[in-house]
Design a protein around this ligand. Structure first.
Ligand code: SER
Length: 596
């Protein structure tokens, strides 16, 4: 097996597939350009969805790339051996060109040939789709691996949970996959231990997805016009496996970043379980933040959408940097190590380095003060809880007065052997909302004059309008600044810096009317704000930690946190018409519209 460095694996992969007739395409932005329903690019296939669905890609039908991705659903797991919020996905793509036969042969050659990874064949294990009511058992892939020389005892058939891949949303291109695992040589954890087991004996290094179905909003699987291949090899995880180290943070990719944290903190990464965790969190979060800030569609810390996630990453990194006694201004210095490691391949990082450091410094200063006071307060009160439980009122005070997200309080509590009365926190939060002028009622009803059927329809139209504005104006930072809805008309204020042209208004109108024509069912689900964020719901996150929120999904058109009420189906609305567009205040526009 070849001992490769991270950048060498990246180069080798792109080079191998270039030789097999693939065009090397650059990573797309971390912020999806065509899809307002998710906040970040969460998989290599995400920017390629239109081409998997049949659109022609300018670079051809065989592509290879290394795509920047962000997944923050597991942010609280970061600090263990494998979770990262940012990752790079190597992928080779066939857009209706080759299928299973060649895809499996390519993977086998890349993994086992001495020129490439040179992994001993008996260390590799494979899984294939078992089949169910929607798609047959994938015996073709199984038999193809056997043809390559794999012993059938190394191949396992698993169910949809393991061997099926589709996009993060509920609809879109999907299909069975065959996954490739590396056997670490550790003993089996139990007699049934196989690649589906998470004990760490088998590590997944590559996933070949055979996308030949489209899943629609009703849950039906229909064959796509073309059979595609989407493969994904996580760069960090594969390097960790090849380098035989216990975590991605112990690979060469992180070496410079970890060394920088060590210099700044005067501590060793492996001093204790606490330092390991803190080093990893700072390293991961600042790497991710640097990529968000340096992206061509750069994100800025804020209280909504992408900006909220970025803010949360920076603030969480800061808390652990302080735990490591890193001096003020350290985050930008850690980011320098990120730029040094990645700036050559991702030139946008080098080009936007000054912006990255400035924004980190600014956000650090902003939060430093609140956080210090909050930590002091926490230290002061932590000994005073007789039953080891921080009561709701105290947790709320930390939140309200010291800007402590409930997640921080919970994490600090855990570290001190305490628990938090989250329910009590939520109650205190709600009481506060009821008392305050912008009370829960008013916010959740979203400026609705009443709850009549017609008002609900106009409310639904308002969601579609916001989605349409974001799409047509190609600006995902557009957010609601106010709304006022009666049974006759809607009024919607949103952040945007200039007049919206009549042509653009026509397009927005067409977007909403297309959503109405699609007759998409409107689904309401309750979840935590984190889950909502992970699903790419839009809405105000900043001031609602800890509670459960309702998320309204309208087909693929809109996903938004909201208290309702709404129509049952977009098809019920009628014809949407924009009556007026005007300035409301600085940086805020107002649209008045009706349903006819
Ligand atoms: N889309 C698949 C994944 O992310 C393969 O690229 O695992």
């Amino acid at each position: 097996m070849r001992l490769l460095k991270s950048y060498e694996l990246r180069e080798l992969y792109l080079d191998f597939f270039r030789k097999k007739g693939h065009a090397v395409i650059p990573s797309a932005s971390l912020i999806p350009e065509n899809d307002p329903t998710v906040l970040f690019t969460t998989a290599g296939m995400h920017p390629l969805v239109p081409y998997l669905m049949g659109e022609k890609h300018p670079a051809g039908v065989r592509l290879v790339d290394c795509q920047k991705c962000v997944r923050t659903g597991d942010i609280d797991e970061v600090g263990d051996a494998s979770h990262c919020t940012f990752f790079e996905m190597l992928g080779n793509w066939s857009l209706g060109d080759y299928f299973k036969k060649e895809s499996i042969a390519f993977s086998w050659e890349f993994l086992t040939s001495p020129e490439y990874l040179d992994i001993p064949k008996d260390k590799l294990y494979f899984t294939c789709f078992r089949g169910d009511e929607n798609a047959p058992q994938d015996t073709f892939s199984h038999d193809r691996w056997v043809e390559m020389g794999v012993d059938p005892s190394h191949i396992f058939y698993l169910d949809k949970k393991h061997n099926w891949w589709g996009p993060a949303g509920t609809t879109g291109p999907c299909g069975p996959d065959t996954e490739i695992f590396y056997d670490t040589g550790k003993p089996k954890c139990c007699p049934d231990c196989d690649p589906s087991c998470s004990c760490g004996k088998y590590l997944e290094i590559w996933n070949n997805v055979f996308m030949e179905y489209n899943k629609d909003a009703e849950g039906h699987f229909t064959p796509l016009a073309q059979q595609n291949v989407d493969t994904g090899m996580g760069l960090d995880r594969t390097i960790a496996t090849l380098q035989g180290v216990e975590s991605v943070y112990d690979t060469d990719a992180f070496a410079g970043i970890i060394a920088r944290i060590s210099e700044l903190s005067g501590k060793n990464y492996k001093d204790s379980a606490d330092t390991i965790k803190a080093f990893r969190i700072v390293a991961d979060h600042i790497r991710c933040a640097a990529f968000m800030l340096g992206d061509p569609r750069g994100v800025t810390p804020s209280n909504v959408d992408q900006g909220y996630i970025l803010r949360r990453l920076i603030r969480r990194a800061l808390r652990f940097a302080m735990q490591l006694d890193m001096p003020e201004g350290s985050l930008a210095k850690v980011a320098e190590a990120v730029v040094a490691q990645y700036g050559k391949f991702y030139s946008e990082l080098a080009d936007n380095a000054a912006r990255i450091y400035e924004e980190l410094d600014r956000e650090e200063l902003r939060f430093q003060k609140t956080l210090k006071n909050g930590m002091r307060e926490f230290e002061r009160i932590k000994g005073g809880f007789t039953d080891g439980k921080i009561d709701g009122a105290s947790a709320f005070r930390l939140y309200d007065t010291f800007g402590f997200p409930i997640e921080f309080t919970e994490e600090m509590a855990r570290e001190n052997g305490l628990t938090v009365d989250v329910k009590g926190f939520e109650e205190a939060f709600e009481n506060h909302q009821k008392k305050s002028q912008a009370g829960a009622e008013q916010r959740f009803k979203g400026g609705l004059a009443d709850t009549s059927e017609q008002t609900a329809k106009l409310h639904t139209a308002t969601h579609l309008l916001q989605a349409g504005l974001r799409k047509v104006l190609e600006d995902d930072t557009i957010s609601q600044r106010g709304s006022n809805i009666t049974a006759e008309r809607l009024r919607f204020d949103f952040s945007f810096g200039r007049k919206v042209t009549p042509e653009e208004l026509k397009e927005v109108e067409a977007f909403v009317n297309a959503a109405i024509a699609a007759a998409a069912p409107i689904v309401c689900e309750e979840m935590t704000p984190d889950e909502a964020r992970a699903q790419g719901a839009i809405g105000l996150f900043g001031d609602k930690y800890g509670e459960r929120v309702k998320v309204y999904t309208m087909g693929t058109f809109s996903k938004e946190i909201c208290g309702g009420p709404h129509a049952g189906n977009t098809g019920d609305l009628g014809v949407f018409k924009i009556k007026k567009e005007e300035a409301s205040s600085a940086g805020v526009r107002r649209i008045k519209a009706v349903l006819e």
